[in-house]
Design a protein around this ligand. Structure first.
Ligand code: F0G
Length: 334
């Protein structure tokens, strides 16, 4: 691909994220099995959204759009803002007031988007941008846009390439359900072998698990604080076709997995991203799947630095000392 000039795809060279073996965490989560982490937080804006944003923004340019819009719990907003900047387009992002992690807001602002905070949920925002894009000349870049799914599906191909085959299970958090839809499309197109899918929703925002929309979704994992997923039907079909399952995990379970990923494997993701690991652990504990001899891939959708507040929230107290070495050794009891 010629990337030396501005004509062509709107890209920040997203993708090619590492598939990291996690042997120590495997012992805790899937004894007798193998565990790999697809670290999507290493995409250019720090989340998996960049894979679908390159295609959506390239399509928007081809369609002659001058402005793009999206609703977001944060990562889509930062990604849309960056790719719009790259394309020389205006970007408007709607985010739920007070429920967006700091690093995501920082990104959206830094990349020059018009940030609009909505006194409501992500679902309210999505309804508004859908209607606005029908009434005004603005391109919608949420994952209801088919170009997003086409870009995002490449993650499934990468996992297959990196492993040399498909995993037995692919585990991931589910919010608006674009990602699970995209992975399933990618696997179905990419290989005759197919994995089983394990989706995890936050207990306070688990419409697919409950089988009904959640009016006031609530979870500290703000990225997946969604009560009425746009790709609900596709997610249910993917889960059924893959002979997989979806389950709800509590915030405690999500945060336990989040801390374990960082402290046991040195892989720092945002809280929502750890939901797939939490869901896998719970499924094994409850006997819903036998890990023996199986290969598991957990998708870590966003970088830990997206949500610095969560990282420091229950941190142990730091030690404060005068600037001399004796004080240091004394404080460390050495
Ligand atoms: N993990 C992270 C870090 C996310 O930001 C999202 C979704 C998901 C998982 C769930 O993916 O929606 O495809 O099922 N974030 C969207 C956003 C909603 O606006 O950034 P999904």
């Amino acid at each position: 691909m010629d990337i030396s000039h501005s004509v062509g795809p709107v890209t920040l060279l997203e993708g090619n994220t590492p598939l990291i073996p996690a042997p120590r965490l495997a012992e805790m989560v899937v004894p007798g099995g193998k565990l790999f982490l697809k670290y999507e937080g290493l995409n250019p804006t720090g989340s998996f959204k960049d894979r679908g944003m390159t295609t959506a923004m390239t399509q928007a340019v081809a369609d002659g759009a001058k402005t793009v819009i999206c609703a977001s719990t944060g990562n889509t907003a930062a990604s849309a803002a960056a790719y719009a900047a790259r394309a020389g387009m205006k970007c408007v992002v709607l985010v739920p007031d007070g429920k967006i992690a700091l690093g995501k807001l920082a990104g959206a602002i830094a990349y020059g988007a018009q940030v609009v905070t909505v006194l409501g949920s992500f679902d309210d925002g999505l309804r508004m941008v859908r209607e606005a894009s029908e009434k005004a000349p603005i391109a919608l870049v949420n994952s209801v846009n088919p170009a997003r799914i086409q870009g995002q599906k490449t993650a499934a191909w990468e996992v297959t390439e990196q492993l040399g085959t498909v995993p037995d299970w692919l585990c991931l958090p589910v919010g608006n359900a674009g990602n699970i839809t995209a992975y399933w499309l990618g696997f179905c197109e990419g290989s005759l072998l197919l994995p089983q899918l394990l989706g995890a929703q936050a207990a306070g925002a688990a419409p697919i698990v409950l089988g009904k929309a959640v009016e006031n979704p609530d979870t500290k994992a703000t990225a997946i604080r969604i009560g009425n997923p746009a790709r609900w039907t596709e997610a249910v079909a993917a889960l059924k076709e893959s002979n997989g399952h979806i389950l709800a995990v509590s915030d405690e379970e999500i945060f336990a997995a989040y801390h374990a990923l960082a402290k046991v494997e040195g892989v720092f993701c945002e809280p929502s991203s750890a939901a797939g690991v939490a869901g896998l652990l719970k499924s094994v504990k409850e006997g819903r799947l036998d890990p023996e001899g199986k290969t598991f891939v957990c998708v870590l959708t966003g970088h830990g630095l997206k949500d610095p507040d969560s990282a420091v929230a229950d941190a142990p107290t730091t030690i404060s000392i005068p600037p001399d070495t004796d004080s240091l050794l004394k404080a460390l009891a050495l």
